[in-house]
Ligand binder design. Structure first.
Ligand code: NDP
Length: 335
């Protein structure tokens, strides 16, 4: 069976492709250019044998009209991971919201028009679409929650919206647009969303230098290399290993009862203070790392549904995410 993975050159996309290939699927990945296709092929080859089970479709801009019309032909499932995740923003509407929303609606429209074999679409949404950090609520966050706060902040601040809030708004708008599309258009395929908090773990996508790391893994690198020397006291969110995220995406296409549901995929809480503690314990020769304490109470994310419906089993703990990521970055970039 053939699965389209958008954003296969990205951190999450590459892991999702690897998991699919390992489980015997054929993968068609979208990339912006032929050069990126070659780089992804090369990057994945040490991890999984794929022979002729990996192919590519060029989608230069996910936000362009009809961008996915060709890519969706002849595939059985679509995993839409591509969406901008960075804080390097001059115009939040243009840089984050438009590609997120138009990319999501574009892929759904292309499937409705040209993807007659597609049975299910899985969208990589985010915990950012559920609740803006770092607000803690005692009962915990569930799949019933939506990040109304990011939406209202963006609607009032517009161009002046801080990048983190604008990113959260982009994920909220995009995921809402997807559920509305399914409700209104009643397409032949069904929809599942995966809503992870911060994702960490080794990288397998093409990444030329430590400066090109994706936004989440860069946090670990910045603390390890001491570019960051103070913890952010209010940073208290959740975390999940990229290998668990990849597994969740594949389970989301193979488990029938996942249909029409959102899933929080989370291992537990993440604070800069905890990260520093683990770095000091596991890499004592480089002590001390950043200083400072976390003052916010970590948000509790209820991951029960991911266990009960997807059968995700045990999540990789933060300690292992930290060790595996740093060991990987040391080997790749000599940090
Ligand atoms: P990356 O930046 O590593 O990957 C993003 C991917 O999307 C890349 O392949 C990128 O292509 C592609 N892309 C982005 N914008 C466009 C565009 N306009 N046109 C074509 N391709 C585009 O990020 P992640 O892998 O971390 O993120 C993947 C998904 O996971 C996103 O939807 C993100 O919101 C979500 N997510 C990530 C979390 C994390 O902590 N990493 C947490 C929760 C959700 P290129 O490389 O060519 O730019």
């Amino acid at each position: 069976q053939k699965v389209l993975v958008s954003g296969v050159s990205g951190y999450v996309g590459a892991h999702v492709a690897r998991e699919l290939l390992q489980q015997g699927f054929t993968v068609r990945g979208t990339v912006r250019s032929a050069d990126k296709a070659d780089a992804v092929r090369k990057a994945l080859s040490p991890f999984v044998a794929f022979a002729n089970r990996l192919e590519f479709a060029i989608v230069a801009d996910i936000g362009a009209a009809d961008a996915f019309d060709e890519a969706v032909k002849g595939v059985d499932y679509v995993l839409h991971t591509a969406s901008p995740f960075h804080y390097n923003v001059t115009d939040p509407q243009r840089d984050l919201i438009d590609p997120a929303v138009n990319g999501t609606l574009g892929v759904l429209r292309s499937i409705a028009a040209h993807g007659k074999d597609v049975k299910r679409v899985v969208i990589t949404s985010s915990l950012a679409a559920i609740r803006n950090s770092p607000t803690a609520i005692p009962e915990g966050l569930s799949e019933l929650d939506w990040n109304e706060s990011a939406v209202s902040q963006f609607n009032s601040l517009k161009a002046a919206t801080p990048p983190g809030v604008a990113y959260a708004a982009s994920k909220t708008f995009a995921e809402r647009a997807a559920w509305d599309f399914v409700k209104n258009e009643k397409p032949a395929f069904d929809l599942v969303t995966i809503n992870p908090p911060f994702i960490f773990g080794p990288i397998i996508h093409p990444c030329a230098s430590i400066n090109d790391l994706n936004t989440s893994v860069k946090i670990f690198a910045d603390f390890y290399t001491k570019k960051v020397t103070e913890v952010n006291p209010v940073m208290a969110v959740g975390c999940v290993d990229v290998r668990d995220v990849a597994r969740a995406h594949v389970l989301a296409i193979t488990i029938p009862k996942a249909s029409g549901q959102r899933f929080i995929i989370s291992s537990g809480s993440f604070t800069h203070e905890k990260l520093v503690q683990i770095l000091e314990e596991k890499f004592p020769e480089h002590k001390p790392f950043a200083s400072g304490k976390t003052t916010s109470v970590p948000v509790r994310e209820v991951n029960t549904k991911s266990k009960e419906v997807l059968g995700i089993g045990e999540y990789i703990p933060l300690e292992q995410m930290v060790v595996d990521t740093i060991v990987d970055l040391k080997a790749k970039f000599g940090i």
